[in-house]
Unconditional design. Structure first.
Length: 101
């Protein structure tokens, strides 16, 4: 959704750049185009599918992301999402770090 919106904005800005506009207007368009490129790069870097491709995984319980081991207990069913598929598992042990207790 965000990528589509950014693409539409970039297309609109290219259309404006091709018109015969005053230099001040062109400078504003260039500045906004640079900002748009930065936003596109940022969106690309935080895209969950790219993060999963790097070897990270999402652990979910009841359809919600597990953020802390303390939120999981023995016999809970978990779903682990990776870039190439998912794994369903059942918890056999939860061991918390000392600081998490």
């Amino acid at each position: 959704m965000v990528k589509n919106h950014l693409l539409r904005l970039r297309t609109s800005q290219k259309d404006l750049e091709n018109r015969n506009l005053p230099e001040k207007t062109r400078a504003v368009i260039r500045k906004r185009s640079d900002r748009l490129l930065l936003l596109e790069t940022t969106v690309s870097l935080v895209d969950p599918s790219r993060i999963l491709e790097k070897g990270y995984a999402l652990v979910m319980k009841n359809g919600k992301i597990v953020k802390k081991a303390a939120g999981v207990k023995y016999s809970d069913k978990l779903e682990t999402k990776m870039h190439d598929g998912r794994i369903e598992s059942k918890v056999t042990m939860v061991k918390l770090n000392r600081r998490s207790r």
